[in-house]
Every structure is written in C-alpha cells, then in structure tokens.
Design a protein around this ligand. Sequence first.
Ligand SMILES: [Zn+2]
Length: 494
Amino acid sequence: MRADDTPEEVAAPPRPLPSVDIPLLRHERRAGRQVRMIWTGVGATLVLVAAGVAYLNRHDSADDPASAPPPPMLESPAADASVGVDASLPAPAEVPEAPAVELQRASEGGTRLETTFGSARGFRPALLAAGLDNDDAAELETALQGTIDFRRCHPTDVMIINRDADGGLHSFEYHASRRDYVLAERDAHGQLHAEHRERPLDVTPLARGGVIRTSLGEALEALGLGRTLVGSFVEVFDGRVNFQRATRVGDRFKILVDEERLDGELWDYAPPRALEFDGQRTGRVRAFYFAPEGRRGDYYDEDGRSMRGGWLRTPLHYDHISSPFDMHRMHPILHRIQPHNGVDYAAGTGTPVWAAAGGTVIWAGPKGANGNLVGLRHQDGYTTWYAHLSYIAPGIRRGATVEQMQRIGLVGTTGRSTGPHLHFGLKRGTRFVDPLPIINGPGALLPAGLRGPFRRVQRELTAALDAIDAGPAPASQPEPSPHDDPAPIDVPLD
Ligand SMILES: [Zn+2]
C-alpha cells in the first residue's frame, strides 16, 4: 500500500528513549542540562549566599586569592569581588518585587549588583525594580533590542548591574542560561552596546584507558568519564566493531578527550582526539581526529583513511539478510535464474528506512516489480535504491535533497515480493554492484596534500595513546572455559 494516509510522520531518524546506557545526542544532552540547570541554579544560589557572607566576614579587604571562596556562580569582572546573590529568589508567585541587595563594592569604586528577573511584569519593571532610574532603564532597553526576547524572560534569569563610582550605569549582563549571556557595555563615547557572549569553559585534556568488565558505559564511568562517550566509540568504529556482538569481557579501550566544565560541573566533551579499541574479536583498532584547515573534522585510521566510508553501515535495523547480492540467483517467484542486484534485509513492515548517505532524490514512487521505490543520487557516481516500501516519507520527491540517515520511508512488501523486506541496491555509474563491501569498506584516503599534516597529528596522538596504561591485557583475564563463549557485552546501538 502507498501509505500516504499513514498518520505518523517523522522527518528525523527515530531515537530510543534515553536510558543509562544509550548515548544521548548532543542536542539531547543540552536540553537535559538546561532543565537541570534551572534546579541546580536554585541550590547553588543558596550555597553562594552562605559562602559570600562567610567570605565577607573573613575578608573585609579581599586581597588574598589563595583563600578565595568557592568559585562564584557568575564570573565577576572585578576578580576579587565576592558575588552578592539575592537569597529570596525563585518561587515566582511569592517573590516580592525586586529585593535587590548590594553586598559588595566592586574594586574600582563602582558597585556590582546581582539580582534576578523575579516576578516583574515586564522587562522595564524588572530594571526599575533592580534600582535603575527611568532614563537608564530606557537607554538599556533600547540597547538590548534584538539581543533579548523581552517576552521570554524567566523569573530565575540573572541580571547584573555594574555602576561607576559616581553611580552611573556602566554595564549590564543578562544571563538566561548558564553559558550564554548578553552584555551591554558603554563604549568610549558613553554609548551602550549589547552583544551575545559565551562564558568560557574549563577544558581539561584527559587520557584514559580501561578494561571492560560489564559494559563499555560502566567502564567509562569507572574512569570518571561520562557514559555519553559510548556513543563516540559506537559512531567512530561503526563498521569496524559491532559493539552489540563483538565485544567481550576483558576487551580494552583508550581515549584522548577534552572535558569541558562550567562552574566545576561537566558541560560536554569535545570530539575525542583519539580512540582505541582492543578486542579479543576485533583486534586493535585506532581512530584519530583530524580537522585540517577548511575541512570538516573527521576520524581517520592509522593509514589516513576515513573511518566512515561515508555510508551508513545499514540503511535500517533489520532482522537478517534474507538474500545477498547474487548475479546467478534462482528467483523465488519467477523460478528462473535472474540476477539479484541488491541485498534483501528482512524486517517488519513499518521499520524505518534511512538514506545510506546524503544525496538527491531521483525516484520516489511505484515502479513495477520494485513496488514503492526510492532512488537517491550520491557523490562519486553512486546511486542507492530502496524497494518494496510500504510508505514513502513526506518530502521525498524527485529533486529533494536528503541527509544521511534521514528517514525516507518504511519497510513493506509492495511490488514483486514474498514478504516484508527492504531490497537495497547500489549502483556505481550504470551497473549494480554488491553494496556490502562498499558500505562496510574502508573510506577514502586523505588527499596527498593532507597526509603530511595528518602524519604529524597522528604521531603525537599515537604517542599519547601508547602512554596510557589501559590495565591488564585480555590474556591475563581468568581463562574462560574453551566451551564457553565469553559473554557478549550489552552495548546498545542507537
Ligand atoms: Zn531483493
């Protein structure tokens, strides 16, 4: 059936619900953090008030950086000024209008006031409640036009007002999230200018290695790393290591990664600079991150070949391959020798089918024995073909561009087909070729001009990997009985 009437419609590839061992995508992690931030912000505020008071008691002339209080939630331009925080914040409904309290003078003789948006009914009232006079508030509001969406202010948003020694408005900060904020500052002519700023992250390069006892996620956690890094291993070694089937207890791994922290709390990881997996089934594989000028950063093996051949390893989650590429196959319906010019992946009707690589749609619709067919044109003269679909996704029509792993349709059994499966064909130029060696094959070598720079990066990273002690070798693990296949490690793919 051509399922235009299927109510469900999804453009992005489906994601399982996040559980502890399923790596989250970057945007999912950020969304989670933002929610968490709102709550931890409340707790941190109370702690900081206590710390600030204690600090004031101890240091009236704060000039001893060695015994500084815990890092303030928001960085102060006057480095040694303790941060005063309004203790009576959130609970929007009950917040009295603008309980702004000045706790400390900034070092240049000016003052710094930190407060929250609170329960003000608008941006201007919030500024007035924070103690700005009408002229300053009006000037500030004008300067901030276009940088802050005044309708989206939140009671817990933090406002910081810095005044000169003579009490004039010097600068203003608006923090609606932990990292990004808006700064309005006076220029040399006294004009206020506003712009978006990002608080810098504390970046710590980490070199870690470990042995898998139960799961890769747990082993990473035992090293003080986030489970989200499981996703890096799965993605980078996609096609080389099947983390669902080929990993065993005692397998070892190494990772070079920059950890990014904000206020001492884990913010994110940069793309790992190098990864190593040393498995009993897989042997040792290494991947090096290389981002030459003007080129997107990617992972390369020790020979400078792209880790990702540019293809998805499979264009769907399938049960098994029900029929391989075979130029001399006896056809199951026609009962004569007819080439099978693709791979049949058995999968239930309705299983999502993804574009194996980014490209352009060259066919979308019924085509004889193929049933509902989608054809995509990719780089280097390749085209991919997806047949017997029960449903073609909206927007998949001739000329449309698709991204890798975009959902293009659903598995079905339309056309000449004995049961639900995806027939996946790959053409190089005008000839069908066996897709498996190509989509699982090695990627392209770096262009000659980039191999030198890559070698230099790779030598450095190799030395760093070699210096990591991942723990005892797999051989020194308790010997499994020869009749006992070691237990596979349960690392879900996404
Ligand atoms: Zn087929």
